[in-house]
Design a protein around this ligand. Sequence first.
Ligand code: ATP
Ligand code: F6P
Ligand code: MG
Length: 491
Amino acid sequence: MSNSEHKIITGHAGYVLEDVPHLSDYIPDLTTYPNPLQDNPSYSVVKYVACYVLNLKFELILPGVGNILLMWKILLRKRQAVVVIVVHKDSSRGTHFRRAGPRQKVYFESEDVYACIVTCGGLCPGVNTLIREVVCGLHHMYGVHKVLGIEGGYRGFYSRNTIPLTPKDVNDIHKRGGTILGTSQGEGSNDTSKIVDNIQDRGINQVYILGGDGTQRGASVIFEEIRRRGLKVSVVGIPESVDNDIPVIDKSFGFDTAVEEAQRAINAAHVEAESTENGIGVVKLMGRQSGFIAMYATLASRDVDCCLIPESPFYLKGPGGLFEFIRKRLTENGHMVIVIAEGAGQENMQDVLGNKLLQDVGLWLSQKIKDHFAESQKMAITLKYIDPTYMIRAVPSIASDNVSCTLLAQSAVHGAMAGYTGFAVGTVNGKHAYIPFYRINENEKKVVITDRMWARLLSSTNQPSFLNPKEITTTAQMEHHTSNDKPLSHH
Ligand SMILES: Nc1ncnc2c1ncn2[C@@H]1O[C@H](COP(=O)(O)OP(=O)(O)OP(=O)(O)O)[C@@H](O)[C@H]1O
Ligand SMILES: O=P(O)(O)OC[C@H]1O[C@](O)(CO)[C@@H](O)[C@@H]1O
Ligand SMILES: [Mg+2]
């Protein structure tokens, strides 16, 4: 299987499984071992033993009155139980991914596993939790005792010291923000060949890679090189984006924490704004390419009068423009809060020659508002600008993200132990799945401004959409294709 080839299995009723690579694809006659979880007392009490997600076989299609029933029979080894999964007609079509979870057979003996963890790219709440849970998952579920932390991102493989990681070492790291391993950013800041040499020389056979889009592209290249060399090494990506802009997956870990933390800035802006006559609070939030943080922080807060995101262009002057709306809201309420994602309004920030100005959009907008109301001299305003950018991602993750990270780490460990490789873990339509790297790396997820969620936001703030009906139709047509890309369900 070359880089350009994907492992795609098709079935009846338009069923497509976009599968992930497996060590046995390129290494013949690998020995398998019973999954040690079968003797784990914690799992023995699980009634339905569905923790063993067997490699499902498509068995039979029954056309029904409204639905086509897809029946998958899973013979559970331990209890000989039969589970039938029913999938509705529409969801049986389209793309499916392999369900994450422990398998009956593993491809590594516990004492032979030598795992490593590396964290790259920008920070995100929850990274330490993931490190902790990969270490603890390997240790407690599979009896793996050799786990190495690579310091300082990819280049740490060949230029930095490593740290042995035991459950004791990582015991309370999830209570801290950042990454205990350190990180590095920037394309081209690694050397794949040297990384794989290092993996090979050390005898590492499981590599857990935490990081954003660039990191996952790097993981894919490392996997390709490992496969080219025929090494028995599982490469697992755990994609991260505080902006929640990873395609395919439902939500990225750390996003909820960032939205929670953003509330503190919005609350402060609101307190400042309502304390003075015609007070305006402007809060700039993360999101260079997508406005999910700004949108969810606005929906959560209810104190926000206007939310501006990269996906929804806006204009300042004239009827339907931002200045008109600000004047109206100040007249009605006496104060207002504006949330702006850092990538919003780039189309406005050009010099007279049309060149892009590399400015802080929050500062730019604040100045424009001040200038406008100073010039018109009919309304004195007081504007306070808050920029909590890095504060919202440098915090420890909240409880719900800790749970997500724990489960993601466990899915990652189960996948590697089962011999899968070259995949990313993530939640798709509510279920953990093993997703091929090319799917994670194909594009960035955006807020779809013709979708219900943006409509809900507009109705909650009652702000202008800044779009005329013709533009809305065009946008809807363009976005129809992208929103249809999401897999409907999975294997
Ligand atoms: N296209 C690529 N191919 C191979 N490796 C890459 C690629 N892009 C980035 N990398 C590697 O991944 C590391 C992290 O990438 P990058 O700095 O783009 O951050 P990221 O993972 O996208 O996270 P964030 O966007 O949150 O900063 C880089 O330092 C580099 O080593
Ligand atoms: O300055 P850095 O470390 O690149 O990170 C900032 C960026 O990271 C992102 O969250 C993307 O992960 C952007 O929205 C943000 O501007
Ligand atoms: Mg990136």
